[in-house]
Design a binder for this molecule. Structure first.
Ligand code: UDX
Length: 428
């Protein structure tokens, strides 16, 4: 099928590349000339395992990039909207890019197409987009609006797109549902067909629920420390219960990234505007903020006043396998420490360039060994595999004090203790 993707960010590029890989004819549109130029050179501006290979495999015969929306929309059978919906100051979703795209589509509308919204949007937004398209079109041209929320995770985006747990289709007509099914005919996942508002709601409910799981396990980890229980075994024991499952029960410095914080805040706002105070979700966000302070307090417990102390941070990305630092708890923890006058040496395998833009005061190091030189404590904030295999014997020789605060329970505490480290994990 001839498809157009509006927006070449995370969701847009993964969607475009994967749909092309499955044989569709895809044009990805973006208003940023620099981005389009780089993509045409086969380069991707963010780190995502496997994505560059798929882009290279399909460009330029099945996958192309263009600044020209109008001409390409005219030729398309379906148009995906994949633009960002960031948080506004008050927590609500900023829909301005989405509405701009809707107007563009309206102006270009020449024959029947399905306009599919993949961006995360508050329930009711698809109908607003429909209205805008009608207002900006020549009139009397048939089209359908659809909602197809995306659930891909950074770091495993390609895998998540190709083998999703489920696909959600929200639409108003049989014709739209059948186009959606044709586009995704290569996927063998359960499909939920529903109305637009429900489809939009499923995305918020899913992300809010997963964020709740993370805050819940972080809260339980606090209690584990009070009563002498071990959170790793608690999570294991809980996970075997099929109703709970093992996923999203890893304690840590809190959730971050481009989705969970933004979507939780937006859902809280949506609920509030409708007259419902979503207290659980409010606590989930509060617990998430407290978790960063909790990690800092572990450092204080072991080092006393942090003013002037030199420490090392290993990991700045909001999770492993990404270079993304948006809402990263590691960045949040570093900011708290800087306010306290702590000096920080830092290393991350992929996220340092992005971190430099938001944390200019850190001493960025070429490798983890350099980051640990002369420090009084090591703080592990992202669960990168390479941190597990470091030579901690060698590291210990360059430390001022052998203290490790492992905010991800990533390292082998027992062997570190044998090496003479004062090892502190989370919830154990
Ligand atoms: C998330 C959703 O999973 C995805 O479906 C949605 O489309 C976008 O948002 P992503 O932000 O890439 O994906 O990361 P995810 O793997 O879900 O992790 C989110 C945050 O929760 C990270 O900061 C991660 O470190 C944290 N987390 C996750 C935990 O602290 N513990 C866990 O057990 C799981």
């Amino acid at each position: 099928m001839k498809l157009v993707i509006m927006g070449t960010g995370y969701v847009g590029l993964v969607t475009g590349a994967c749909l092309a890989d499955f044989g569709h004819q895809v044009v990805c549109i973006d208003t940023n000339p620099e981005r389009i130029k780089t993509l045409k050179e086969g380069k991707i501006s963010f780190y995502e395992p496997g994505l560059e290979k798929i882009v290279k495999r399909n460009f330029p015969h099945r996958l192309t990039f263009s600044l020209n929306g109008e001409e390409n929309i005219k030729k398309a059978e379906a148009v995906f909207i994949c633009v960002g919906t960031p948080s506004k100051e008050d927590g609500s979703a900023d829909l301005s890019s989405l509405y701009e795209v809707a107007k563009k589509i309206g102006k270009a509308l020449n024959n029947y197409k399905v306009i599919i919204i993949k961006s995360t949007v508050p329930p009711g937004t698809s109908l607003e987009v429909k209205k805008l398209i009608i207002e900006n079109s020549a009139g009397n041209i048939q089209f359908d609006i659809a909602s197809n929320p995306e659930f891909l995770r950074e770091g495993s985006a390609v895998e998540d797109f190709i083998k999703p747990d489920r696909i959600i289709f929200g639409a108003e007509t049989k014709r739209a549902f059948s186009v959606l099914k044709e586009i995704f005919s290569f996927v063998s996942a359960p499909i939920v067909e529903t109305n637009l508002a429900t489809s939009e709601m499923i995305k918020y409910a899913s992300n809010a629920f997963l964020a709740t799981k993370v805050s819940f396990i972080n809260a339980i980890s606090r209690i584990c420390e009070q009563v002498g229980a071990d959170i790793q075994d608690v999570a294991l024991g809980m996970g075997y219960d099929k109703r709970i499952g093992f996923e999203f029960l890893r304690p840590g410095p809190g959730f971050g990234g481009s989705c969970f914080p933004k979507d939780c805040k937006a859902l809280l706002k949506i609920a509030g505007e409708g007259g419902y105070e979503f207290k659980i979700l409010k606590s989930v966000l509060e617990t998430n903020e407290e978790q960063k302070l909790f990690i800092v307090s572990k450092l204080e417990k072991n080092l006393g006043d942090l003013k002037g102390k030199l420490i090392s941070i290993l990991g700045l990305a909001f999770k492993a396998e990404t270079d993304d630092v948006r809402e990263s708890p590691a960045v949040g923890v570093a900011q708290i420490l800087l306010k306290k006058g702590t000096r920080i040496r830092a290393y991350d395998p992929k996220a340092m360039e992005n971190a430099k833009k938001v944390l200019s005061q850190l001493i960025y190091c070429a490798n983890p060994y350099e980051a640990c030189e002369g420090v009084e404590a090591i703080l592990v904030l992202t669960e990168w595999e390479e941190f597990k295999n470091l030579d901690f014997k060698k590291i210990k020789r360059s430390l001022k004090k052998p203290i490790i605060i492992d905010a991800r329970n990533l390292l082998n505490g027992t062997s570190l203790k044998t090496l003479g480290y004062n090892y502190v994990g989370v919830g154990r």
